[in-house]
Design a protein around this ligand. Sequence first.
Ligand code: CA
Ligand code: CA
Length: 138
Amino acid sequence: MISKTLKISLVLFILCAFTSTNAQDRKRKERPKPEALFQKLDTNEDGTLSLEEFKSKTQRQEIKAEVIEERFKTLDANTDSALSLEEFEQGRELAKEDRLKKHFSSMDKNGDGVIDFEEFKAFNDSKKHKRKHKRPKD
Ligand SMILES: [Ca+2]
Ligand SMILES: [Ca+2]
């Protein structure tokens, strides 16, 4: 009887080890999901992000406190001073859109709503230029 239980637990152990390595592999391949990031930021695990929790992430990127608070307010759609996962995801989508729009308008030099070849070329040249003349960190 004992050996049988031992065998079963051994099998279970191997199975567990196998599934956990599998999960790790999957994690490495997948891009971080907003849910995962949200959970990481939600240090007290109450399902919402407080301003403090939100700051802890953004401060690592050396963003000014006022900017972070401004961002937090923008994301906090129902103004309860906490970010739900929904608000957090929505914000990320909006930020993506915003970045795209800014990117587009920075390329669209004459502001006619389309990027012609000259504008596209100029943009690529300026990118090359920036890379060559990297400013040293102060
Ligand atoms: Ca929280
Ligand atoms: Ca909220």
